[in-house]
Write a protein that binds this ligand. Structure first.
Ligand code: MF3
Ligand code: CO
Ligand code: CO
Length: 251
């Protein structure tokens, strides 16, 4: 079922996804004021967890393939899947908070970067470039186009910056499940890929590194870091494809 791209061609599904994605976005808005020096990533987790539960939803990461917390918090050289902990945020840190909620059976998945105190120009530039990379990818999505268009467009842009694009992780189909086909590459695979059709829901979530693109998995079996300890950033939206274009459901 999830090894085939799913098509949801009914208004009920679209509305379910709209509501879940809207809530996921509101979690990222809600947590913004708490992301500052001195807070632990576990405290951010607990605040998001309560907000999600209070809104009649479920945090999808919790117990997902054994993931122990409700959100992912990825600081500095952590690329993705950082586990909330007693780590205390300090001035100069950059952190990605990735939220996925399940509302009424539908999954909304989105992440963004937050700056803690005063960051370097390099960190600020990486964040701006990564956000732009997400939108370059989104602009490449056309009904009846191909998934390969997305990574090609992002790579064309990132090649002008000197940064690198993570290859080991990508976007994914989503809907009434967390992760399904297709794997959405954020780099140029030189392949056309599957056709993008109305009724598809998927994420685009480029991870951009200042240094090398290669990844390393920590012994906790979740935390993904850059091999050269360079900074990494990520932004994510969930999209719906319609006959006329796309909807950015988490915007
Ligand atoms: N939200 C992540 C994504 O964008 C997945 C996190 S899975 C977890 O696909 F188990 F690490 F939470
Ligand atoms: Co995702
Ligand atoms: Co996510």
């Amino acid at each position: 079922m999830k090894n085939k791209i799913q098509i949801f061609n009914d208004e009920k599904s679209l509305n379910g996804m709209r509501n879940a994605c809207k809530l996921a976005k509101s979690v990222l808005d809600y947590i913004d004021e708490y992301v500052k020096e001195g807070v632990t990533t576990l405290e951010l987790n607990d605040l998001c967890h309560k907000f999600i539960i209070d809104n009649h939803a479920i945090p999808a990461p919790l117990n997902y393939n054994g993931f122990p917390k409700s959100i992912c918090t990825s600081v500095n050289d952590v690329i993705c899947h950082g586990i909330p902990s007693n780590y205390v945020l300090k001035s100069g840190d950059i952190i990605n908070i990735d939220v996925t909620v399940i509302l009424d059976g539908w999954y909304g998945d989105t992440s963004r970067m937050y700056k803690v105190g005063k960051c370097t120009k390099l960190a600020e530039n990486l964040i701006e470039v990564t956000k732009r990379a997400l939108y370059v990818g989104i602009d490449a999505v056309k009904p009846y186009g191909y998934f390969g268009d997305i990574g090609r467009a992002i790579q064309q842009y990132i090649d002008t910056t000197g940064y690198s694009i993570v290859r080991d992780y990508g976007g994914h189909g989503i809907g009434n499940y967390f992760h399904g086909e297709p794997f959405v590459a954020h780099y140029d695979t030189k392949l056309r890929g599957e056709q993008i059709l109305p009724g598809m829901f998927f994420t685009i979530e480029p991870m951009i590194n200042v240094g090398k693109f290669k990844t390393r998995l920590l012994k906790d079996e979740w935390t993904v870091v850059t091999i050269d300890k360079s900074l990494s950033a990520q932004f994510e939206h969930t999209l719906a494809v319609t006959e006329n274009g796309i909807e950015i459901l988490t915007e």
